[in-house]
Design a binder for this molecule. Structure first.
Ligand SMILES: [Zn+2]
Length: 429
């Protein structure tokens, strides 16, 4: 069940040698980019100085805002005539980042996706429906080329017209579906309304938005499939950076192509296995647009124990964004951790609001949690036991004492776009 067993299982000294060689190559390419030339000069390091991956910490970070300033082609490290394709990031604020690819990049990227798909048991006998946006978004063409690489029959259905998508799955005997987890849930609701099932479907590859174990359970049960988490970002080709194997316990990150680090987002300090922080990635085989210590903003941690599948390093499912991180009494807390705890308690809904105050020089966190309509008797006074139980669970998850207030169903504000669940009042003193 390997696409490229040798590269996928590289370990120890051989991996380290390959990474050091590729890091040297990446830095020498980056020297063609004015931004990197300048930063590397400031750091007093050049490609020739790189002896091992330990030299990584001497290299400068790259931030999203740096890339934005290079708009459109400022980060290309090869002549314009060698670029065969561009994609862009979604660019919710300001100009997007333009990502360039040489033919070799497209080939490497397709291989990475082919590895992911092979890892979860897909072969040339499968039929793959690619129900994501094509065009500038990397998820469409990225998965399309990678799936073709494995020899599967690819149905480039793109997004929209859900009934037609469902018909195609049924008529073409589609065995694997790639889409966002949100769209998969929508498809699930529609088939349930239609009173039909998707009997041929056995595997779902879901990515491009954050999702939880609860959501996996939901999709696996209702669609009768195995659902796998896919991770990537346009700055690193697109999807294909890391993917779950059939163990469904963390995502294997392809260390022959990406050199990952976990740092404390506040201090930039490197963290060890089991410590959660921001994922930073250095590309090792990107040619058109090498990336040095790119700060992804995604919060995760390394899982270093052996995976039964034989592949190497894993990262945990993304826990949130570093922009959302709170520092409460010196402890890093993510709203997604609170959400995760609440999702595991059936009596409460998924709406909550966090208030942070400073009382006698100490940070205090208060969380308003909405009751679930079906579990609410009309009396909040009866719920002291539940309130204590939630506080207890939060303390276990966050290593922090909080005050929980239960509130009536429907009483907290709803958000159409990105939810604002934290009100930090510590600056108001
Ligand atoms: Zn594995």
């Amino acid at each position: 069940m390997f696409w490229d067993k040798e590269r996928e299982t590289l370990r120890g000294k051989r991996l380290e040698e390959l990474q050091a060689k590729q890091l040297r190559w990446t830095v020498s390419l980056a020297e063609n980019v004015p931004f990197y030339r300048e930063r590397l000069r400031e750091a007093g390091i050049s490609a020739d100085d790189i002896r091992s991956t330990d030299d990584l910490s001497r290299l400068p970070f790259t931030k999203k805002t740096d890339l934005r300033e290079g708009y459109p082609f400022g980060f290309f490290a090869v002549p314009r005539r060698e670029i065969v394709r561009v994609h862009t990031t979604s660019g919710t604020t300001g100009k997007p980042t333009v990502v360039g690819y040489t033919q070799r990049d497209i080939d490497t990227w397709s291989d990475l996706i082919a590895r992911n798909l092979t890892m979860v048991g897909l072969t040339a006998d499968d039929t793959f429906q690619n129900a994501v946006n094509y065009g500038l978004f990397t998820g469409g063409l990225g998965f399309h080329y990678g799936a073709e690489r494995t020899g599967m029959m690819v149905v480039p259905s793109a997004t929209g017209n859900t009934k037609r998508q469902i018909e195609m799955i049924q008529d073409f005997g589609v065995t694997a579906l790639h889409c966002t987890p949100g769209y998969a849930l929508h498809i699930t609701e529609v088939i349930e309304e239609m009173g039909v099932t998707l009997d041929s479907l056995r595997i779902g590859c879901f990515g491009a938005e954050a999702w939880s174990e609860t959501m996996r359970h939901e999709l696996e049960t209702r669609l009768a499939i195995d659902a796998y988490d896919s991770y990537g970002m346009s700055e690193m080709y697109g999807p294909g950076v890391a993917f779950e194997c059939t163990e469904k316990h963390g995502l294997h990150i392809w260390e022959d192509c990406y050199l990952p680090e976990i740092i404390d987002p506040a201090t930039g300090e490197t963290l060890g296995p089991g410590e959660k922080g921001e994922l930073v990635i250095t590309s090792l085989s990107k040619e058109a647009m090498p990336m040095i210590r790119y700060r992804t903003g995604d919060i995760t941690m390394f899982i270093e124990d052996e995976c039964p599948c034989g592949r190497g390093l894993r990262i945990a499912r993304i826990m949130g964004r570093s922009d959302d991180m709170l520092v409460i009494r010196g402890i890093n807390v993510f709203p997604s951790q609170i959400e995760h705890v609440l999702l595991g308690i059936p009596e409460v809904g998924d709406q909550f609001m966090v208030y942070i105050d400073r009382v006698h020089h100490l940070d205090e966190m208060t969380i308003d949690v909405e009751m679930n309509r079906s579990a609410f008797s009309g009396e909040l006074g009866d719920l002291v036991g539940l309130q204590k139980q939630i506080q207890q669970r939060l303390q276990e998850a966050l290593s922090l004492r909080t005050s929980v207030r239960l509130v009536e169903p429907g009483s907290l504000p709803r958000f159409e776009g990105k939810a604002k669940r934290v009100i930090d009042r510590r600056g108001d003193l």
